[in-house]
Ligand binder design. Structure first.
Ligand code: FAD
Ligand code: NAI
Length: 475
């Protein structure tokens, strides 16, 4: 006998657990299946984001930033901190405790919303009259029926061809968050989001860090004025980033790893390191889902094919988050989860892909929403640009962090905001104002005329909006 549910969600990451909560709020009988195990083998819902992604990486970024400040910035404030040491074991234990708080929080939310949680792997068995049969294997062995099924099985790190992750020397994001001692030399392949965030963590803690990037342009998807400013800051910090390289043979030994590559000038090079982090993107995950049993269509990348509203090729089966097209971001997965639950209920759930913010949590932070200057040029859109440097912002001076700027891009005729790009302190928080403004189709003048608290970093946002009309007040 199977247990019958209105909605069965496969995957308990940000896409899945949020979809489950919203469906339960809407009155459905909901099950959520997630297979992630903690170190003791128990359930650890929250997916990549909670266990080996967003949350643990931000915990380590915070710890390493404190260390960096104690070493390099306290003295400016008259605080002496000599012989500052990092206890990596303790830092990792704190990170694990932060992760556990989040796992427990999600288990609590399941209970609060009367969602039945199954710890194990969910696989399609067959389509039945009442929907789909889903087999749970693992800690809970159960057969479920879901009238509607939401697949939110996430993604996995992409390995270099022929170089599997051993998580000892060749690390994915998982191993990169568990390195037990500061490596003397660390090489990363890929200077995308993970490369920059994890490279920053270990550089701050004392590693000699080199990042090898295949493309000739640094952060090609980021507004290039912002990317250049960020690169200057990373260069100054001693984060070595080599662009336009072609990675060759990777050899591991007891001593570490050796990476052969051709540099941008076409010269053969080789670099030795204690550890290698491979951060060259992620692949959608449908392992063990048994998609073929029900004929669920995948594309050539292995992503589940969905329409604009997350409907798959099968009636009553939806898919959200990293396992489908679009940016691999936790908040995008969550928005899709909410929208799908609402669509199941006959409501008009909506995700605006034009206003999904991006944040890279380095120092300086990089955050943006909307189109870049290079995209506007390529699209032939007439625009006005306005920038304001944190150097001219009182709060940034008081904080002692004046790196970077806020940049506004607005339509040349209507003044509607088309993109906002920030590199600098607390960019991750500042970007929220820009997202709200763009959702409400605000003009740059709207932001320029709104009262912003003084002294605050948000005044740089207001000033950048003023700069669109060439009328900054403090610069
Ligand atoms: P996931 O979080 O991957 O969750 C999928 C879940 O499904 C997993 O628990 C998996 O075990 C489970 N599962 C898979 N198959 C089955 C099955 N058959 N049965 C049962 N369970 C199954 N994004 C941000 O927005 N901000 C950040 O700061 C950020 N930092 C990141 C840092 C790192 C190092 C990494 C790797 C990623 C980061 N991301 C960040 C991306 C973010 O983690 C993902 O976009 C997000 O987790 C996707 O959510 P999801 O629900 O689609 O999938
Ligand atoms: P990424 O797509 O951000 O960056 C991968 C980089 O590797 C690119 O610059 C690419 O050109 C380069 N590359 C690819 N193949 C290569 C090769 N063979 N040799 C050298 N360089 C190569 O992917 P990343 O950093 O692995 O992160 C995966 C995803 O996880 C991100 O795209 C993002 O969606 C998510 N994420 C989000 C974070 C955030 O929101 N702060 C933090 C970390 C990850």
């Amino acid at each position: 006998m199977s247990q019958a549910f209105d909605v069965v969600v496969i995957g308990g990451g940000p896409g899945g657990y949020i979809a489950a909560i919203r469906a339960a709020q809407l009155g459905y009988k909901v099950a959520c299946i997630d297979e992630w195990k903690n170190a003791a083998g128990g359930p650890a819902p929250g997916g990549t984001c909670t266990n080996v992604g967003c949350i643990p990486s931000k915990a380590l970024l915070q710890s390493s930033e404190h260390f960096d400040h104690a070493n390099h910035h306290f003295a400016d404030h008259g605080i002496s901190a000599t012989n500052v040491k990092i206890d990596v074991t303790k830092m990792l234990a704190r990170k694990d405790a932060v992760v556990k708080q989040n796992n427990d929080g999600i288990l609590y939310l399941f209970k609060k919303n009367k969602i039945t949680f199954f710890h194990g792997r969910g696989s399609f068995v067959k389509a039945v009259e009442a929907g789909y049969e889903i087999q749970v294997t693992g800690a809970n062995e159960e057969l479920l029926t879901g009238q509607q099924v939401i697949v939110a099985t996430g993604s996995n790190a992409r390995a270099l061809p022929g170089v599997p992750f051993d998580e000892e020397t060749v690390l994915s994001n998982d191993g990169a968050l568990r390195v037990g001692a500061v490596p003397k030399k660390l090489v990363l392949i890929g200077s995308g989001v993970i490369g920059l965030e994890m490279g920053s963590v270990w550089r701050r803690l004392g590693s000699d860090v080199t990042i090898l990037e295949g493309l000739p342009t640094f952060l090609g998807a980021v507004d290039q004025q912002i990317a250049k400013e960020a690169k200057k800051a990373f260069d100054k910090q001693g984060l070595k980033i080599e662009l336009g390289v072609k990675v060759g043979e990777v050899k591991t030994s007891k001593k570490g790893v050796s990476v052969a590559y051709t540099n941008a000038k076409g010269e053969d090079q080789s670099i030795d390191a204690d550890k290698l982090i491979v951060s060259i993107g992620r692949v959608p995950n449908t392992i063990g889902l048994n998609a073929e049993a029900v004929g669920l269509k995948l594309d050539e990348r292995g992503a589940i094919v969905v329409d604009d509203e997350c409907r798959t090729s099968l009636k009553g089966v939806w898919a959200v988050g990293d396992v489908v097209r679009g940016p691999m971001l936790a908040h995008k997965a969550e928005e899709e989860g909410v929208a799908v639950a609402e669509r199941i209920a006959g409501q008009h759930g909506h995700v605006n892909f034009n206003t999904v913010p991006w944040v890279i949590y380095t120092s300086p932070e990089i955050a943006w929403v909307g189109r870049t200057e290079q995209q506007l040029k390529a699209d032939g859109v007439a625009y006005k640009a306005g920038t304001f440097p944190f150097l001219a912002n009182g709060r940034a001076r008081a904080l002692g962090d004046t790196t970077g700027m806020v940049k506004f891009l607005a339509d040349a005729t209507t003044d509607e905001i088309l993109g906002v790009h920030i590199v600098g302190p607390m960019a991750s928080e500042l970007i929220a104002e820009a997202v709200v403004a763009m959702e409400f189709k605000a003009s740059a003048e709207d932001i320029a005329r709104i009262c912003h608290a003084h002294p605050s970093l948000s005044e740089a946002t207001k000033e950048a909006a003023l700069a669109v009309d060439k009328r900054t007040l403090n610069f």
